[in-house]
Design a protein around this ligand. Structure first.
Ligand code: NAP
Length: 306
Protein backbone atom coordinates (compact mmCIF):
# COMPACT_ATOMS: atom_id res chain seq x y z
CA UNK A 1 0.00 0.00 0.00
CA UNK A 2 1.34 3.46 -0.90
CA UNK A 3 0.55 6.86 0.65
CA UNK A 4 2.01 10.27 -0.11
CA UNK A 5 2.66 10.85 3.60
CA UNK A 6 3.03 8.34 6.43
CA UNK A 7 3.14 9.38 10.08
CA UNK A 8 4.50 6.78 12.50
CA UNK A 9 3.28 7.23 16.07
CA UNK A 10 0.06 8.61 17.51
CA UNK A 11 1.10 10.70 20.51
CA UNK A 12 0.58 14.47 20.59
CA UNK A 13 3.14 15.02 17.78
CA UNK A 14 1.66 12.32 15.54
CA UNK A 15 -1.96 13.29 16.20
CA UNK A 16 -1.23 16.94 15.45
CA UNK A 17 0.61 15.93 12.28
CA UNK A 18 -2.43 13.80 11.40
CA UNK A 19 -4.77 16.74 12.02
CA UNK A 20 -2.73 19.01 9.75
CA UNK A 21 -2.32 16.37 7.04
CA UNK A 22 -6.05 15.56 7.08
CA UNK A 23 -7.01 19.24 6.93
CA UNK A 24 -4.56 19.74 4.03
CA UNK A 25 -6.37 16.85 2.27
CA UNK A 26 -3.06 15.03 1.80
CA UNK A 27 -3.10 11.32 1.00
CA UNK A 28 -1.88 10.27 4.42
CA UNK A 29 -1.78 7.40 6.91
CA UNK A 30 -1.02 7.48 10.63
CA UNK A 31 0.27 4.21 12.09
CA UNK A 32 0.00 3.68 15.86
CA UNK A 33 0.91 0.45 17.62
CA UNK A 34 -1.06 0.93 20.84
CA UNK A 35 -3.60 3.42 22.10
CA UNK A 36 -3.53 6.89 20.57
CA UNK A 37 -2.04 9.42 23.00
CA UNK A 38 1.39 7.94 23.70
CA UNK A 39 3.04 9.00 26.95
CA UNK A 40 0.27 11.52 27.65
CA UNK A 41 -1.75 8.49 28.72
CA UNK A 42 0.79 7.91 31.51
CA UNK A 43 0.34 11.45 32.86
CA UNK A 44 -2.30 11.96 35.50
CA UNK A 45 -2.93 15.66 35.06
CA UNK A 46 -1.66 18.31 32.63
CA UNK A 47 -1.69 21.89 33.86
CA UNK A 48 0.47 23.51 31.21
CA UNK A 49 -1.26 22.75 27.91
CA UNK A 50 -2.76 26.06 26.76
CA UNK A 51 -6.52 26.34 26.40
CA UNK A 52 -7.40 24.32 29.50
CA UNK A 53 -7.42 26.84 32.38
CA UNK A 54 -8.44 24.18 34.92
CA UNK A 55 -5.96 21.63 33.53
CA UNK A 56 -6.95 18.37 31.84
CA UNK A 57 -6.25 14.67 32.45
CA UNK A 58 -3.72 13.07 30.13
CA UNK A 59 -6.33 10.56 29.05
CA UNK A 60 -8.89 13.22 28.11
CA UNK A 61 -6.34 15.32 26.24
CA UNK A 62 -5.39 12.26 24.17
CA UNK A 63 -9.08 11.53 23.48
CA UNK A 64 -9.74 15.12 22.45
CA UNK A 65 -6.71 15.27 20.15
CA UNK A 66 -7.80 12.02 18.52
CA UNK A 67 -11.40 13.20 18.11
CA UNK A 68 -10.26 16.49 16.59
CA UNK A 69 -8.07 14.76 14.00
CA UNK A 70 -10.86 12.27 13.22
CA UNK A 71 -13.31 15.14 12.63
CA UNK A 72 -11.16 15.99 9.61
CA UNK A 73 -11.01 12.34 8.47
CA UNK A 74 -7.68 11.29 9.86
CA UNK A 75 -6.70 8.04 8.13
CA UNK A 76 -5.18 5.83 10.82
CA UNK A 77 -4.44 2.18 11.44
CA UNK A 78 -3.05 0.04 14.23
CA UNK A 79 0.26 -1.48 13.23
CA UNK A 80 3.74 -2.11 14.51
CA UNK A 81 6.49 -0.81 12.20
CA UNK A 82 9.57 -3.00 12.68
CA UNK A 83 11.93 -1.62 10.04
CA UNK A 84 12.33 1.15 7.51
CA UNK A 85 14.37 1.57 4.34
CA UNK A 86 14.75 5.30 3.80
CA UNK A 87 17.70 5.14 1.37
CA UNK A 88 15.64 5.90 -1.76
CA UNK A 89 13.12 8.68 -2.49
CA UNK A 90 10.38 6.04 -2.16
CA UNK A 91 10.50 5.19 1.54
CA UNK A 92 9.58 1.66 2.62
CA UNK A 93 8.20 0.49 5.95
CA UNK A 94 7.79 -3.11 7.14
CA UNK A 95 5.17 -4.09 9.72
CA UNK A 96 5.45 -6.99 12.16
CA UNK A 97 2.66 -8.84 10.31
CA UNK A 98 4.79 -8.90 7.15
CA UNK A 99 2.92 -6.09 5.35
CA UNK A 100 4.94 -3.43 3.49
CA UNK A 101 4.01 0.19 3.03
CA UNK A 102 5.63 2.94 1.00
CA UNK A 103 5.45 6.72 1.03
CA UNK A 104 7.05 9.80 -0.48
CA UNK A 105 7.34 11.68 2.80
CA UNK A 106 7.59 10.32 6.32
CA UNK A 107 7.09 11.88 9.76
CA UNK A 108 8.64 9.94 12.63
CA UNK A 109 6.72 10.51 15.88
CA UNK A 110 7.62 7.30 17.70
CA UNK A 111 8.26 9.08 21.02
CA UNK A 112 10.04 7.76 24.05
CA UNK A 113 9.46 5.37 26.95
CA UNK A 114 10.43 5.29 30.63
CA UNK A 115 14.05 4.52 31.52
CA UNK A 116 14.73 1.67 33.99
CA UNK A 117 17.14 1.77 36.96
CA UNK A 118 18.89 -1.48 36.06
CA UNK A 119 19.39 -2.64 39.67
CA UNK A 120 18.91 -6.11 41.20
CA UNK A 121 15.26 -6.87 41.97
CA UNK A 122 13.84 -4.30 39.54
CA UNK A 123 12.80 -6.69 36.77
CA UNK A 124 11.70 -9.35 39.23
CA UNK A 125 9.24 -7.05 40.99
CA UNK A 126 7.68 -5.28 37.99
CA UNK A 127 3.94 -5.39 38.71
CA UNK A 128 4.67 -6.50 42.29
CA UNK A 129 5.76 -3.15 43.65
CA UNK A 130 7.95 -1.75 40.86
CA UNK A 131 6.12 0.63 38.50
CA UNK A 132 7.01 3.14 35.78
CA UNK A 133 3.58 4.79 35.68
CA UNK A 134 2.00 6.50 38.68
CA UNK A 135 -1.20 7.25 36.78
CA UNK A 136 -1.64 3.56 36.02
CA UNK A 137 -0.70 2.06 39.39
CA UNK A 138 -1.20 4.68 42.14
CA UNK A 139 -4.57 3.24 43.31
CA UNK A 140 -2.85 -0.05 44.27
CA UNK A 141 -0.92 1.78 47.00
CA UNK A 142 -3.79 3.11 49.11
CA UNK A 143 -2.59 3.84 52.67
CA UNK A 144 0.89 2.45 51.95
CA UNK A 145 4.40 3.94 51.84
CA UNK A 146 5.94 4.25 48.39
CA UNK A 147 9.18 5.65 46.99
CA UNK A 148 9.61 7.70 43.84
CA UNK A 149 13.03 7.77 42.18
CA UNK A 150 13.98 10.86 40.16
CA UNK A 151 14.10 14.63 40.45
CA UNK A 152 12.56 15.72 37.14
CA UNK A 153 9.06 17.00 36.38
CA UNK A 154 7.65 13.51 36.03
CA UNK A 155 8.95 12.22 39.37
CA UNK A 156 8.04 15.31 41.40
CA UNK A 157 4.63 15.83 39.81
CA UNK A 158 3.66 12.18 40.04
CA UNK A 159 4.80 12.08 43.69
CA UNK A 160 2.00 14.58 44.30
CA UNK A 161 -0.49 12.39 42.44
CA UNK A 162 0.58 9.37 44.52
CA UNK A 163 -0.27 11.19 47.78
CA UNK A 164 -3.94 10.94 46.80
CA UNK A 165 -3.63 7.23 47.61
CA UNK A 166 -0.43 6.48 49.55
CA UNK A 167 0.06 7.50 53.18
CA UNK A 168 3.62 8.59 52.55
CA UNK A 169 5.71 9.22 49.43
CA UNK A 170 9.50 9.37 49.70
CA UNK A 171 11.27 10.96 46.74
CA UNK A 172 14.82 9.63 46.32
CA UNK A 173 17.05 11.87 44.23
CA UNK A 174 20.70 11.43 43.33
CA UNK A 175 21.55 15.12 43.84
CA UNK A 176 20.65 17.80 46.43
CA UNK A 177 18.56 19.83 43.98
CA UNK A 178 15.56 18.92 41.87
CA UNK A 179 15.49 19.30 38.12
CA UNK A 180 11.70 19.85 38.06
CA UNK A 181 10.19 23.27 37.27
CA UNK A 182 9.98 25.58 40.31
CA UNK A 183 6.18 25.56 40.54
CA UNK A 184 6.16 21.75 40.52
CA UNK A 185 8.84 21.75 43.26
CA UNK A 186 6.93 24.26 45.41
CA UNK A 187 3.81 22.08 45.34
CA UNK A 188 5.81 19.02 46.38
CA UNK A 189 7.65 20.81 49.21
CA UNK A 190 4.28 22.04 50.55
CA UNK A 191 2.78 18.53 50.52
CA UNK A 192 3.05 17.04 54.03
CA UNK A 193 2.84 13.47 52.71
CA UNK A 194 6.03 13.88 50.63
CA UNK A 195 9.52 13.64 52.08
CA UNK A 196 12.88 13.59 50.32
CA UNK A 197 16.05 11.55 50.51
CA UNK A 198 18.80 13.57 48.81
CA UNK A 199 22.12 12.58 47.28
CA UNK A 200 21.13 8.94 47.15
CA UNK A 201 20.62 6.19 44.61
CA UNK A 202 18.73 2.93 44.80
CA UNK A 203 21.12 -0.01 44.47
CA UNK A 204 18.68 -2.87 45.04
CA UNK A 205 15.02 -3.74 45.45
CA UNK A 206 14.17 -6.54 47.85
CA UNK A 207 11.18 -8.46 49.17
CA UNK A 208 9.44 -11.84 49.15
CA UNK A 209 6.18 -11.80 47.19
CA UNK A 210 6.39 -8.06 46.58
CA UNK A 211 8.64 -5.09 47.27
CA UNK A 212 9.49 -4.71 50.97
CA UNK A 213 12.69 -2.70 51.09
CA UNK A 214 15.12 -0.64 49.02
CA UNK A 215 18.87 -0.59 49.36
CA UNK A 216 20.24 2.95 49.17
CA UNK A 217 23.70 4.39 48.72
CA UNK A 218 24.42 8.04 49.40
CA UNK A 219 27.13 10.15 47.81
CA UNK A 220 29.34 9.85 50.92
CA UNK A 221 29.37 6.07 50.42
CA UNK A 222 26.95 5.30 53.28
CA UNK A 223 24.53 2.42 52.73
CA UNK A 224 21.04 2.23 54.21
CA UNK A 225 17.67 0.59 53.67
CA UNK A 226 14.17 2.00 53.34
CA UNK A 227 11.01 -0.01 53.96
CA UNK A 228 8.39 0.65 51.27
CA UNK A 229 5.63 -1.32 49.61
CA UNK A 230 6.19 0.21 46.18
CA UNK A 231 8.74 2.06 44.08
CA UNK A 232 7.96 4.28 41.12
CA UNK A 233 10.95 4.66 38.81
CA UNK A 234 10.52 8.00 37.02
CA UNK A 235 14.04 8.83 35.83
CA UNK A 236 13.58 10.06 32.29
CA UNK A 237 13.01 8.53 28.91
CA UNK A 238 14.64 6.38 26.23
CA UNK A 239 13.89 6.82 22.50
CA UNK A 240 11.57 4.41 20.69
CA UNK A 241 14.03 4.05 17.81
CA UNK A 242 14.36 0.29 17.28
CA UNK A 243 12.69 0.46 13.86
CA UNK A 244 14.73 3.43 12.61
CA UNK A 245 17.86 3.44 10.39
CA UNK A 246 19.86 5.30 13.02
CA UNK A 247 23.08 5.74 11.04
CA UNK A 248 21.30 7.26 8.04
CA UNK A 249 19.31 9.52 10.37
CA UNK A 250 22.55 10.54 12.16
CA UNK A 251 21.04 9.74 15.59
CA UNK A 252 22.69 11.42 18.58
CA UNK A 253 24.51 9.52 21.36
CA UNK A 254 21.26 8.85 23.19
CA UNK A 255 19.58 7.51 20.03
CA UNK A 256 17.37 10.57 19.48
CA UNK A 257 17.00 12.06 15.98
CA UNK A 258 18.49 15.48 15.23
CA UNK A 259 16.50 17.81 12.98
CA UNK A 260 16.62 21.42 11.85
CA UNK A 261 14.05 23.86 13.24
CA UNK A 262 11.61 22.78 10.53
CA UNK A 263 11.82 19.17 11.88
CA UNK A 264 13.75 17.97 8.78
CA UNK A 265 16.13 15.07 9.50
CA UNK A 266 19.34 14.24 7.64
CA UNK A 267 17.26 12.28 5.09
CA UNK A 268 15.32 14.36 2.53
CA UNK A 269 11.57 13.86 2.93
CA UNK A 270 11.87 12.47 6.46
CA UNK A 271 10.78 14.64 9.39
CA UNK A 272 10.88 13.86 13.12
CA UNK A 273 8.56 15.41 15.71
CA UNK A 274 7.94 15.03 19.44
CA UNK A 275 10.01 13.16 22.01
CA UNK A 276 12.01 11.15 19.44
CA UNK A 277 13.70 14.41 18.35
CA UNK A 278 17.07 15.29 19.78
CA UNK A 279 16.18 18.26 22.03
CA UNK A 280 16.12 19.61 25.59
CA UNK A 281 12.46 20.35 26.10
CA UNK A 282 10.00 17.47 26.01
CA UNK A 283 6.55 18.95 26.57
CA UNK A 284 3.15 18.11 25.09
CA UNK A 285 2.88 21.63 23.73
CA UNK A 286 6.11 21.53 21.74
CA UNK A 287 5.42 17.98 20.53
CA UNK A 288 2.13 19.25 19.09
CA UNK A 289 3.85 22.27 17.53
CA UNK A 290 6.51 20.06 15.95
CA UNK A 291 3.81 17.78 14.50
CA UNK A 292 2.27 20.76 12.73
CA UNK A 293 5.67 22.03 11.54
CA UNK A 294 6.54 18.58 10.20
CA UNK A 295 3.47 18.46 7.95
CA UNK A 296 4.29 21.88 6.53
CA UNK A 297 7.87 20.72 5.92
CA UNK A 298 6.52 17.57 4.23
CA UNK A 299 4.25 19.66 1.99
CA UNK A 300 7.20 21.85 0.98
CA UNK A 301 9.32 18.79 0.24
CA UNK A 302 6.56 17.20 -1.87
CA UNK A 303 5.92 20.44 -3.77
CA UNK A 304 9.60 20.75 -4.64
CA UNK A 305 9.66 17.12 -5.82
CA UNK A 306 6.98 17.65 -8.46
P1 NAP B 1 14.12 14.28 33.16
O1 NAP B 1 13.70 15.70 33.15
O2 NAP B 1 15.19 13.83 32.23
O3 NAP B 1 14.55 13.92 34.66
C1 NAP B 1 15.06 12.68 34.96
C2 NAP B 1 15.40 12.67 36.44
O4 NAP B 1 15.85 11.36 36.79
C3 NAP B 1 16.51 13.64 36.79
O5 NAP B 1 16.24 14.24 38.03
C4 NAP B 1 17.74 12.74 36.84
O6 NAP B 1 18.68 13.18 37.79
C5 NAP B 1 17.15 11.43 37.34
N1 NAP B 1 17.88 10.26 36.86
C6 NAP B 1 18.24 9.95 35.58
N2 NAP B 1 18.87 8.76 35.54
C7 NAP B 1 18.90 8.32 36.83
C8 NAP B 1 19.41 7.15 37.43
N3 NAP B 1 19.98 6.18 36.71
N4 NAP B 1 19.28 7.02 38.76
C9 NAP B 1 18.69 7.98 39.50
N5 NAP B 1 18.17 9.11 38.98
C10 NAP B 1 18.30 9.27 37.66
O7 NAP B 1 12.90 13.26 32.87
P2 NAP B 1 11.33 13.39 33.16
O8 NAP B 1 11.06 13.93 34.49
O9 NAP B 1 10.75 12.06 32.79
O10 NAP B 1 10.86 14.40 32.07
C11 NAP B 1 11.06 14.13 30.66
C12 NAP B 1 10.66 15.38 29.89
O11 NAP B 1 9.26 15.58 30.01
C13 NAP B 1 11.36 16.62 30.43
O12 NAP B 1 11.65 17.47 29.35
C14 NAP B 1 10.29 17.23 31.32
O13 NAP B 1 10.41 18.62 31.50
C15 NAP B 1 9.02 16.85 30.56
N6 NAP B 1 7.86 16.81 31.48
C16 NAP B 1 7.22 17.98 31.75
C17 NAP B 1 6.15 18.01 32.65
C18 NAP B 1 5.49 19.33 32.96
O14 NAP B 1 5.79 20.33 32.35
N7 NAP B 1 4.60 19.41 33.92
C19 NAP B 1 5.72 16.84 33.28
C20 NAP B 1 6.41 15.66 33.00
C21 NAP B 1 7.48 15.65 32.11
P3 NAP B 1 19.54 14.53 37.53
O15 NAP B 1 18.61 15.66 37.80
O16 NAP B 1 20.65 14.39 38.53
O17 NAP B 1 20.01 14.44 36.12
Amino acid sequence: MHHTLIIVGGGPAGLTAGLYAARARMDHLLIEKGAEGGQVLLTDWIDNYPGFPEGISGFELAERMTAQAKRFELNSMFGNVVSMDLSAPLKRLELDNGDSLSCNALIICTGARPRALGVPGEKEFVGKGVSYCATCDAPFYRNLHVAVVGGGNTAVQEAGHLTKFADKVTVIHRRDELRATKIVQEKAFANKKIDFIWNSTVTGIEGKDGVEQLRLLDTSGKESTLNVEGIFVLIGVLPNNEMLPLTDLKADEGGFIPTDCETRTAIPGVMAAGDIRSKEVRQVVNAAGEGATAVLAAENYLTNLS
